[in-house]
Design a protein around this ligand. Structure first.
Ligand code: APR
Length: 230
């Protein structure tokens, strides 16, 4: 059985990583257009670099939670038949043991050089304009996808959705495209669909089944059920 799991900020919430649109979410304290668009970065690069420096540094203080661990366990059983497509830019899936993770919005722990296009694992600040290890130019930016930019590896994501027997969305408010359309792409070709989220979303009615509660509780339960189905 081929399974695609889409994760959003809600899967990392119990690890202490803020979501975007909940009451204490990231977008409550910041202007999206200022810190999550190429135009905002061009207008105030140091402010934007510092916004991501803080989020990158925070990752060192948090740990994967039971939901991340459950998906890593599912990969141990399903292997290449499981793909996690995450909107999250944290590394909690990988730290829980998942290896088949597609970061469609990029990764905080990666830097992209605007001069030569090279990418590098990056754990420290970028607001002090370090030189690109490849070309030496001080033109590194966070390797994350901003509004108005093209999400990464969508061809691979679409291929996996075309082949999926089961599509699960975990911890996402379904407010951002193209991720919010994945449930339709999967259902159109016959996949069963399940939403696991703290609360209902604008897409809840588009899923065959919706389970509402904390991902740390519901995802391990669902993985146990799926593995018991054999
Ligand atoms: N368990 C399950 N779901 C949770 C939990 C939890 N413990 N805590 C919060 N949630 C749910 C919320 O109810 C909400 O529906 O997670 C969802 C988080 O929604 P958003 O904050 O909108 O995050 P997300 O859907 O991942 O945002 C998508 O928007 O700003 C862009 O690039 C950013 O990747 C992000 C994209």
């Amino acid at each position: 059985m081929k399974v695609v799991v889409l994760t959003g900020a809600g899967i990392s919430a119990e690890s202490g990583v803020p979501t975007f649109r909940d009451s204490d979410g990231l977008w409550e304290g910041h202007d999206v257009m200022e810190v999550a668009t190429p135009e905002g970065f061009a207008a105030n690069p140091v402010l934007v670099q510092r916004f991501y420096d803080l989020r990158r540094a925070h990752l060192a203080k948090v740990e994967p939670n039971a939901a991340h661990v459950a998906l890593a366990r599912l990969e141990e059983s399903l292997g290449d038949d499981l793909l996690v497509i995450t909107q999250n830019v944290d590394d909690l899936h990988e730290r829980a043991g998942s290896t088949r993770v597609l970061h469609m919005h990029g990764e905080l722990l990666s830097a992209l050089c605007l001069s030569c296009g090279a990418r590098f694992p990056w754990e420290t600040d970028l607001s002090d304009s370090p030189p690109c290890p490849a070309c030496g130019e001080s033109t590194l930016r966070p390797d994350v996808v901003w509004f108005g930019e093209i999400p990464y590896r969508m061809d691979e994501a679409l291929q996996a959705l075309q082949e999926a027997d089961l599509f699960v969305a975990v911890g996402t408010s379904a407010q951002v495209q193209p991720a919010a359309a994945f449930v339709h792409w999967a259902a159109e070709q016959g996949a069963r669909t399940l939403e696991i989220n703290l609360a209902g979303t604008i897409s809840t009615d588009d899923f065959d089944e919706s389970r509402q509660g904390r991902a740390g509780d519901l995802l391990p339960q669902w993985v146990e059920e799926l593995l018991a189905e054999g």
